[in-house]
Design a protein around this ligand. Structure first.
Ligand code: PLP
Length: 421
């Protein structure tokens, strides 16, 4: 495989090609093919961007039809037929059946663009600067989002510019099973000498993806919503990784029965892996003046076409979400077995997750790296997350066929056994 040009020309900042140093050429659903023709099962799926698999045929057809019709590809934020269809489908298929009423902002196409817009909107709407975020939270690496991101490696890469406007609270479970971390948040809010500037908003992932598949309890999330309401603080759910069906519901917060004031989606929103993001906001929060927050790539018409097709194909009834939950249970069961096997051999390991967003915490980044490295040798693309990369995580396409899912899990189990002899 020819990798010299890639190694020579691409910046040192590259990441995933270090873990998977082959040249990929093709992909279909949960399988990737490299230049030599070798196939891999994909448990990474664009870090949660390919929930409907690589080159999903329904979405590819929608894209090809749109291109063949000479539909508008770039139109700044012009009104286009594709945008109208996207908004109508979002309203009819996703929002109305869930009793949700949101206005939609189309920021730049990445997750961090959506987070920047969401926290800026909260600040404008409330006239306060502070955003409460949580330990191990990951919300992107541009300056505003980075201020709400916990990971030191990313925070240190600002060239010394201070990250401002955010305060960290302990996530659910951060202080052990027996401590409700919201007691601390609530106490600080009530304490005039607690040092916490009244926040405009709280931003939270209901399941932390990059932070190590940490799962917030449903009661905890309900209490967080109540605290926000009682203190006139906006609740932003960052559903960039956990949304679009990953946890078994379209929005991850549906499990808790809460209604965020603002929601961010990106990653799997286009369905096809096209760059695309939106911010959902309670209608009365739409305090923007025309053009006050802009950008050249606001809404991507090709993504409108594929995203609308994805919603129609997978979310018109509950068949798909039930299937995701079923597959999630298969992964959970196998992960529990692997964790128990490791624990019996002196490596304390635990399984956790919601839906098809699951991980095994093996307690050490070194061990997790060895496992994922061996898995790649054996034909499985799988990554780690957590503060030291100690969690082996499964983000396989939600559309993965059962045989591929079993094969991927078999490879993982076999790799664990080869590494821990
Ligand atoms: N928010 C969450 C929850 C994420 O998981 C990510 C990326 O992993 C982001 C924001 C940032 O998205 P992007 O990498 O597209 O900027």
């Amino acid at each position: 495989m020819q990798t010299q040009t890639l190694e020579r020309m691409e910046s040192n900042v590259r990441t995933y090609s270090r873990s998977f140093p082959v040249v990929f050429t093709k992909a279909m659903n949960a399988r990737l093919t490299d230049e030599t023709g070798r196939e891999y099962i994909d448990f990474l799926a664009g870090a949660g961007t390919l929930n409907y698999g690589h080159n999903n045929p329904h979405l590819k057809q929608a894209l090809l039809d749109y291109l063949a019709s000479d539909g508008i590809v770039h139109g700044l934020d012009f009104w286009t037929a594709a945008k109208r269809d996207y908004l109508e489908t979002l309203e009819e298929v996703i929002l109305k059946p869930r009793g949700l009423d949101y206005k939609i902002q189309l920021p730049g196409p990445t997750g961090t663009n959506a987070v920047e817009a969401a926290i800026r909107l909260a600040r404008v709407a409330k006239g306060r600067h502070n955003i409460v975020t949580f330990t191990n939270g990951f919300h992107g690496v541009t300056m505003g989002s980075l201020a709400t991101t916990g990971n030191r490696k990313f925070r240190e890469a600002t060239g010394g510019i201070p990250l401002q406007g955010a305060a960290f609270m302990p996530y659910d479970g951060y202080l052990g099973e027996n401590t409700d971390t919201l007691d601390y948040f609530e106490k600080l809010l009530a304490d005039k000498s607690g040092g916490l500037d009244t926040p405009a908003a709280v931003i939270i992932e209901t399941v932390q993806g990059e932070g190590g598949i940490n799962v917030a309890g449903l009661e905890w999330l309900k209490r967080l919503e109540q605290i926000c309401r009682a203190n006139d603080i906006l609740l932003i759910v960052d559903d960039i990784q956990a949304g679009c069906g990953r946890t078994g519901k379209f929005f991850s917060f549906e499990h808790a029965g809460i209604t965020p004031d603002i929601v961010t989606n990106s990653k799997s929103l286009s369905g096809f892996g096209l760059p695309f993001a939106h911010v959902l906001m309670r209608p009365d929060l739409d305090k923007w003046k025309p053009g006050q927050y802009n950008g050249t790539f606001r809404g991507f018409n090709l993504a409108f076409a594929t995203a609308a097709a994805a919603m129609r194909q997978y979310w018109s009834d509950d068949t798909f979400e039930r299937d995701v939950q079923r597959k999630g249970e298969i992964v959970a069961e196998r992960f529990q077995k692997i964790a128990a096997w490791l624990t019996e051999r002196g490596i304390k390991a635990t399984e956790r997750g919601r839906g098809l967003m699951r991980g095994i915490d093996v307690g050490s980044g070194d061990i997790a790296d060895k496992i994922t490295g061996k898995a790649f040798e054996n034909g499985l693309v799988i990554e780690t997350s957590g503060q030291d990369g100690e969690v082996v995580k499964c983000l396989c396409p939600l559309t993965i066929p059962d045989e591929d899912l079993q094969q991927g899990l078999d490879i993982l189990e076999e790799s664990v056994k080869q590494v821990i002899t």
